[in-house]
Design a protein around this ligand. Sequence first.
Ligand code: GDP
Ligand code: GDP
Length: 437
Amino acid sequence: MSFTVAIVGRPNVGKSTLFNRLLEQRKAIVDDISGVTRDRQYGVAEWNGKTFNVIDTGGFVPQSEDIFETEIRKQVRIAIDEADCLIFMTDAAIGITDLDDSMADVLRRSSKPVLLTVNKVDNNERLLSGSEFYSLGFEHVFFVSSMSGSGTGELLDAVTALITTDESEETERQGELPKIAIIGQPNVGKSSLLNALIGQERTIVSDIAGTTRDTIHTHYNLFNKEFILIDTAGIRKKNKEKDDLEFYSVIRAIRAMDEADICLLMLDAAKGITAQDVNIFSLAARKGKGLVVLVNKWDLLEKSTNTARDYEKQLKEKIAPFTDVPVIFISAKEKTRIFKVIEVALEVFENKTRKIPTSKLNDVMLKAIEAYHAPVVRGHAVKIKFVTQLPTVVPSFAFFANFPDDIKMPYKNYLENQLRQNFKLSGVPVRIFFRKK
Ligand code: GDP
Ligand code: GDP
């Protein structure tokens, strides 16, 4: 799943209202950018059984008219470059503005499908006045009310009709090589690590184009282990202007993430983990990706005996509740522990793909359940009788119980902790389901 839809439009037309509607209960990640922009949001939407990424490109809070216009145009261009489909949102209550016109100019020239969406069509009157938007010259025009949801179904139908590859996320892929992506903010050292690994030239088997035009898959053979490193084109062939834009780097990170089994989230040791890193981390976890945190530029820090331990502790407080994740302190520049990175990434891949035999799973987990029962609810005892691992890409466990709906979050957390303590699941998000038996 790596189809990406970007919602563009001037401020206040209703982009984030639509965004929230597309995501429904699914949690968005909000990227809080200081200064001129307001929050930018990323998330995963589902419609007609298809999932896709949605980006609300946010809006620039006007500082001065011309900065505003240049910034918005820049953002539209990036969205055109990076997304597979654009929702160009306008406001029926206001009508066509100069800024709409100038954004339309840029968007008309794109080769990507543009779905012109006239928002705030809350009543028939607005529908009539909204027809002026046909004059912007787009083939696809949708009249919606993001607030009430009317018309958004047709819009979503149009989006999902564009998604041709419907790779089911939940089915097992066997015999495929582990795919590893290095993600992180600009300048943390991603390309330095890649170059340090690529420096071992004999290890490269071949470069294969990724499934999206922006990624390169490099086939490696190290320690007699084969794997694929997913590299976004922007990492090796630097385009400085674009790389400096975090928006660009985030979209790239999400694309690489979608194609990967394991994500190596790289941080700059001196800067620590930022709010955006935490967002990317939790997005990867929600997408069921294996995770390893790399603290790079460790050479630059003054260290005493407990530095790494304390650093890891603080880092884990930030990424909680999912803290069962390997953290490696490296220096890409001095090539310290760079092979350890690959070793650990492959361990996480093993953890993620290992199938726990049902008998062993029940042996261990039924004992843990016996030691600490699910709380009694409305006078009846909740009994879990059997557990099995489901054949899914993201390790998932189904617990069969007499009253599955009465098992609450704290007990679910207890079961997850027990799974983690007894089976190697480091770096792996797991899913737990309760079913009726
Ligand atoms: P953004 O800046 O483009 O993300 O716009 P917001 O989503 O923040 O919405 C701007 C304002 O328009 C808010 O006050 C929303 O409640 C309002 N709004 C959004 N969608 C609709 C709609 O369909 N109808 C009406 N009447 N108001 C809407
Ligand atoms: P990217 O944008 O994440 O790909 O980052 P780069 O690999 O281009 O690195 C950004 C800067 O950090 C460059 O000047 C690198 O030389 C420097 N750098 C990368 N890794 C390390 C490291 O481990 N230690 C130090 N001291 N500098 C590093």
